[in-house]
Design a binder for this molecule. Structure first.
Ligand SMILES: Cc1ncc(COP(=O)(O)O)c(C=O)c1O
Length: 396
């Protein structure tokens, strides 16, 4: 087994797109709901009502952040559940509906769509992306059919940070919807966008939007689905009457409270956090790009400020990630090690990279607590790691 402790005492965490730690303020807000206020929110007694009030206060914070109504906010166990509910819940009562999504979505969207296709419940088109990882509005427009019911395009890509033209897609669909009987609903997976981009649903023109708490300093296992009033959703988890009968099961009160606090903090600090991580990202980029044979994925000017993904010639992503981990640095590689085979990232392949290039991908994702000294540390250790792996690589 690999050692799990690094050689260094000081750790540098640069994997915030994978998950963030629960912040101290969030933990403090949650803590009474594990103890003193433990009631079941469905119970009318005071214990239950305390818990219910806390959920409704969190719902108000989320609604305020998204510019939505409280009745349009559902709490879920995370973005994956929100995405499943948005897609499956929307198509359930439709006759062979058509969905349009992109080829670079998170697996939560791609696997949901594939499952619906496999069951014969929906037809799906997966839009290509350009070299910067962006879908083209023209491609989307051409793909729309009379039976199209859902367009699902992520806001920010989790592997390389490209920001999709959500506002323009929303405007296009509004124009098209004005002329047709079957409305096309618009979902965006805003999981990676929430901390730094405008997520007000009216500005975006979306009907459905999903979020995950653990990407913005709330715990893992809690998320949100925004659904615009009138969106015909059928619940996918049957049982009790919770969450306006759209998501059965006793609510995770402490985590919902934590998510509410975390979204309040995002709202307060959004502009300054975006500027801060962007400055660190630019410093990191300048340093890493000094290594010969390294290039940045996508156009950083069109990307979210917290993600920088590099392709390193002659070094394997997973190996770089593990050697960085030994040096106390957390990064991520786009390759997924499934069944002993390293699969190149579907996102990089969709952007037109060859599998051998895609194997050399390394993603750094920044957060509010990172410092310039940490970036200096990464810039110091990475060249040696790359050299070492290049020396070890078989000469063809
Ligand atoms: C873009 C995106 N969508 C969806 C998810 C899934 O979120 P969750 O872990 O809450 O199910 C993630 C998490 O990695 C993500 O980055």
């Amino acid at each position: 087994m690999r050692k799990i402790y690094s050689d260094r005492n000081k750790l540098v965490y640069l994997d915030h797109a994978a998950t963030t730690p629960v912040s101290a303020e969030v933990l403090k807000a949650m803590s009474p709901y594990f103890g003193k206020y433990f009631g079941n929110p469905s119970e009318p007694h005071q214990w239950g009502q305390q818990a219910k009030t806390a959920i409704e206060q969190a719902r108000e914070k989320v609604a305020h952040f998204l510019g939505a109504k409280t009745s349009e906010i559902l709490f879920t166990s995370g973005a994956t559940e929100a995405i499943n509910l948005a897609h499956k819940g929307l198509i359930e009562n439709q006759k062979l509906p058509h969905i349009i999504t992109s080829s670079i979505e998170h697996k939560a969207v791609l696997e949901t769509c594939k499952h619906l296709e496999k069951l014969g419940w929906a037809k799906v088109n997966y839009l290509p992306v350009d070299k910067d990882g962006l879908v083209k509005i023209d491609d989307l427009e051409k793909t729309i059919r009379p039976e199209t019911i859902l367009v699902s395009i992520m806001y920010v890509n989790n592997e390389m940070g490209a920001i999709q033209p959500i506002v323009q897609i929303g405007q296009l669909l509004k124009k098209i919807n004005a002329k047709r009987k079957q409305k096309i609903y618009f979902h965006t997976d805003a999981t990676q966008a929430i901390q730094y981009l405008d997520c007000r649903v009216t500005e975006l023109g979306v009907d459905l939007l999903s979020l995950s708490g653990h990407k913005f300093y709330a715990p893992k296992g809690v998320g949100v689905l925004y659904f615009k009033k009138g969106t015909p959703l059928v619940r996918q988890q049957d049982g009790g009457e919770q969450e306006s009968r759209l998501r059965a099961g006793t609510e995770n009160v402490p985590y919902i409270v934590g998510l509410g606090k975390a979204i309040e903090l995002v709202q307060k600090n959004k502009v300054s956090s975006a500027k801060y991580v962007e400055k660190l990202r630019d410093k990191l980029m300048a340093g890493v790009l000094q290594i010969p044979g390294v290039k940045l994925v996508g156009d950083f000017k069109k990307n979210a400020p917290h993600i920088a993904t590099f392709l390193v010639k002659g070094a394997e992503g997973e190996a770089m990630m593990l050697l960085l981990s030994d040096k106390g640095v957390a990064a991520s590689s786009g390759s997924a090690c499934t069944s002993g085979l390293l699969e190149p990232s579907h996102v990089l392949l969709a952007m037109g990279y060859q599998p051998e290039e895609a194997h050399g991908s390394l993603r750094f994702s920044l957060g509010k607590d990172n410092t310039e000294e940490e970036i200096d540390e990464v810039i110091k250790v990475l060249p040696t790691i790359v050299q070492k792996l290049r020396r070890m690589a078989p000469k063809l």
